[in-house]
Design a protein around this ligand. Structure first.
Ligand code: AMP
Ligand code: ZN
Length: 137
């Protein structure tokens, strides 16, 4: 289902014109209008899901398969040196458009396009307590 006030619903379903680089029954892939690097693209499901928590397993699987296929092809075409797949959920994580999307970000040597995180230094005990809390099947 499309959500009336969602810009990515409109872009993914051809209501608004944009730069589409791939389309199938489930997804539209468009060029980011404010790219981090040359070739930065966004995988948009045609259905509206606000974030990864709402996404169904089948669409999640298809999205990652598509990310693999396109990142491989784009690396060849752009001759980039590396590739980031980025996916933000929630304002605290940097999400600004609340329709699930995956960023395909080609990387070029020394482009300094994305901030790296500052590595933490948890104690062994903290790590073990976290492991016990998060462990799942
Ligand atoms: P996020 O911060 O993960 O929600 O990413 C949203 C991305 O959507 C940003 O990289 C924006 O540059 C991009 N964006 C926002 N509006 C448009 C648009 N109309 N067409 C293409 N990309 C867009
Ligand atoms: Zn939407």
């Amino acid at each position: 289902m499309m959500k009336d006030d969602c810009i990515f619903c409109k872009l993914a379903n051809g209501v608004f014109d944009t730069n589409v680089i791939y389309e199938d029954g489930d997804f539209t892939v468009i060029l980011d209008v404010n790219p981090a690097t040359r070739g930065h693209a966004l995988i948009l499901p045609k259905e509206h899901y606000a974030n990864i928590y709402e996404l169904d397993d089948e669409t999640a699987g298809k999205a990652f398969r598509l990310a693999k296929k396109l990142s491989t092809q784009m690396t060849e075409k752009l001759n980039c040196d590396g590739f980031n797949i980025l996916q933000n959920n929630g304002e605290a994580a940097g999400q600004t458009v609340f329709h699930f999307h995956m960023h395909l970000i080609p990387r070029y040597k020394d482009d300094k396009a994305l901030l790296q995180w500052k590595p933490g230094k948890p104690s062994e005990d903290e790590l073990k307590a976290l492991r016990d809390m998060l462990k799942t099947n």
